[in-house]
Write a protein that binds this ligand. Sequence first.
Ligand code: UDX
Length: 440
Amino acid sequence: MKISVIGCGYLGAVHAASMAQLGHDVIGVDVDKAKIEALAQGKAPFFEPGLPELLIEGVESGSLRFSTDIADARDAVIHFIAVGTPQQKSGTGADLTYVNGAVDALLPHLKAGDLVVGKSTVPVGTAERLAAIIEPTGAQLAWNPEFLREGFAVKDTIAPDRLVYGVRQTSESSGNPDESSAVALLNEVYAQAIANETPLVVTDFATAELVKVAANAFLATKISFINAMAEIAEVAGADVTELADAIGYDARIGRKFLNAGVGFGGGCLPKDIRAFTARAEELGRGESVAFLKEVDAINLRRRDRVVELVVDALGGSAYRKKVAVLGLAFKPDSDDIRDSPALDVAVRLHGLGAHVVATDPEAIANSRIRHPQLTFGSTADALEGADIVVVLTEWKEYRALKPVEQASVVQGQIVVDGRNCLDVAAWRSAGWRYIGLGRR
Ligand code: UDX
């Protein structure tokens, strides 16, 4: 199929490369010249395992091209909209400037029979509004939310765990021609996943839009739930990781996303729960998702708690103490620092007068641009003479640190495990004072 992908950020670049890998003829379009130049040379503009290989393969075979000119999308039949929907600068709702801009730019190049497919996360009601703009050209709109996780983005795109198509439903019966042609085109795009019997939900625009925010709201709630239990465990002398194991054995609950720690961050969960709350309020149903404000508040309190634990462990003040911060990315296997709890904690400790030396396998360059006031270095630089070690992203290299070997390097043998990812017994038996979140 001839496919265009409008927006080559995180979602779009991975989507374009994955579609080419699946055998489609793909053109990726973005207004960012530097990004397009890099992608056209097969270079990934961000860290994502597996992406560089796909880009090189696609670009070299000619099945994957990139352009800054949206007119180059005109030969495509399917046009994916994969631009960002960041949090508004003044407010908590989603900023739809890029989505609206992409549709406006694409409009003169659309032809009858084309299918525009929204992938961006949008407030419910957006697709209906955009369909009214697109349909007069003879093209159709579908909403096909994306559930990819950073670090697993290629796998999640090529072999998703489910597909959701939101299509125009013009009658009660599912036999209307618009619906079936949009579904048929999407089935052709995702032929491999369909052949592998990937669960498929065909629904209306509003449900498809809501599926995405509901999924992220649920995941965020699950994390804040366990972090709330961590708060209680801290005062009750209980251990939240054992509690998570025990409740996680109940198949209805499940152990995944029950890791208590410094909380969630990234480009999706925090902004999506805020945008969902803002949209529900606009729809007069703010009370239905009022709990998401609490989910957000619990999440942000975990950052305060880590700072508090570090200061307490240092005897009441971090001033002039050397703090080794291990991890800056919002999660491992990513260089993404958007709304990263790790980076936030590092900045706050620096603000308290600590000599923070921060490290991360992939996210130093991005962190330095955002916070040049911090000192960055290797893991060895961070640990050398440190008064305290704070683990904030659970990269495998930090989980694999040998407490005995590190003991001679540091000044103070205190470790704050902001991700509950270290082997407590090993660190304690090596003489360290181990402080986890919600742990005894
Ligand atoms: C998320 C959704 O998982 C994905 O389906 C959606 O498409 C985009 O948003 P992502 O932002 O890549 O994906 O990260 P995710 O793996 O969900 O982690 C989000 C944050 O939650 C990270 O900061 C992570 O450290 C944190 N987290 C996750 C926890 O604190 N505890 C957990 O148990 C799990």
